[in-house]
Design a binder for this molecule. Sequence first.
Ligand code: FES
Ligand code: FES
Length: 165
Amino acid sequence: MSETPLKPFRLRVNGEQHDLTVPAHRTLLEVLREDLRLTGTKHGCDLGECGACTVLVDGVPRLSCITLAAQVAGREVTTIEGLAPPGALHPLQESFASLGAAQCGYCTPGMIITAAALLDEEPDPDLDRIRDALAGNMCRCTGYIKILEAVRLAAPGSADREASR
Ligand code: FES
Ligand code: FES
């Protein structure tokens, strides 16, 4: 029986460097959850269809279940654990909590990661734009309205955010 080839490479996750030697076919999702124990990124469909596994690679949302870990060697990977400094919350985490936008919470990390990339690019997106950006993130609890409102509330340019201060 032939052995699975191992591939050594360096992965940068949430600002930390990791030297890994894993099978070449190991996905980024598997490495994050099983090797690095960063279980905030969720394992949903495994088919690139639900968005639960979304992380940022150099600031751009990427589905980690259909990305090989070795493909992102040397790039900056950000998971939900690294979105805010230790002990602090990202504005999206605050708004999701304050509006009750997480139901079972399984889709929430992927939603927040995707929304964070949107707000980095667009400080004041309207609800249609937010809906478009989150179109690839499924919520099995299906309460999408609060999710959209929470992203809007966290937007740096949102009048709602100013009013809530
Ligand atoms: S687990 Fe990756 S898209 Fe569903
Ligand atoms: S909050 Fe349950 S899947 Fe979205």
